[in-house]
Design a protein around this ligand. Sequence first.
Ligand SMILES: *Cc1c(COP(=O)(O)O)cnc(C)c1O
Length: 410
Amino acid sequence: MATINANFLKLKAGYLFPEIARRVKAYADANPELAKRVIRCGIGDVTEALPPAVVKAMHEGVDEMASRDTFKGYGPEQGYEFLRQAIVDNQFADLGISADEVFISDGSKCDTGNILDIFGKGNTIAITDPVYPVYVDTNVMAGNTGDADEKGAYEGLVYLPCNAANGFVADLPKQKVDLVYLCFPNNPTGAVATRAQLEAWVKYAKENDTIIFFDAAYEAFIQDPEIPRSIFEIEGARDVAIEFRSFSKNGGFTGVRCAYVVIPKTVTGKTDSGERIPLHQLWSRRHSTKFNGASYPVQKAAAAVFSEEGKKEVAALIEHYMGNAKLLREAAAAAGLPVFGGENAPYVWVGCPAGLSSWDMFDKMLSEAQVVITPGSGFGSAGEGWFRISAFNSRANVEEVCRRLKALVA
Ligand SMILES: *Cc1c(COP(=O)(O)O)cnc(C)c1O
């Protein structure tokens, strides 16, 4: 008889977004007329069309595939050189990153999960709370945790609470950890880390031999020129950090799929006997064995994000979403609620009205205002009492959400 990976049984059943979908469907079934008014600001998915430069490049890529002379079969597993070089030139210029330290994939969700393949058992792993659920669940699946307690916290993980007091930027761990996940700009809170805060993290990592997983999926939304866009802007990060980036949120590629990991050749992990091995070597082996490359038209489309037209069009998309974020921030503040995020990130993180839990507020927003938000507690117990509003929407929808939020709470 085939045994299973019993770690999967430790996973808490209702993953956040299925539970949201269930409640929205139940509401719609019970209230078919009101359900027509529902505006979704829940799941963090882009809403606007792909930039025209991207669409054009993807069409060209398909046309090349349509002719025997220009047809392409399997590409390099690590990604086409033209895309890796464009990434380095446009995103990491002067940061000492080379094109062969970039690995193209079909998504950061997969990358942030798969990265655990190259790490051993018994590592002490720190995650911020609230957090992108993928980091937690993939550690559960990999057997890096014990069971969850009644609040949903897994035994064996080091939770770093983020709250209003620390501005939703986690304090350094009091203990030594081997791996830590940092995401800035943050999903769900919209928080960003200052240069001094990231310097402190890199210093901690050097002193404690920690690897930092830096998720920069929302880098393009940073408005403040003082905020670092990459962990590699911090001196010494090349020795301790891996960075994850995606075309999902800047280029609107959530349905196209393209992302990348940057692994400097200088970052190492240890064998049981204490020998240092470059993580780059292990990830290269893993990637070329378990992945066969992102599709050619998609990589061509991704490279178009860095064309002159593409840059302008992406900037316009970001401006649109950040304009939405500003309106949502203002509306939540006008309703008298505490507001974080939304200044360098497409998420606005709002405190619930007094006495309401995150799910209470979710139900209230759905049933009384027909607006779908994301309950903060779904991202971890430290998110209790907060909710996330996504700025990924049309301007008209956001303006309507602002009116309804103010009417509901004020
Ligand atoms: C959206 C998002 C990503 C990107 O995921 P893809 O799989 O590339 O679409 C990565 N990290 C976080 C925290 C995100 O919210």
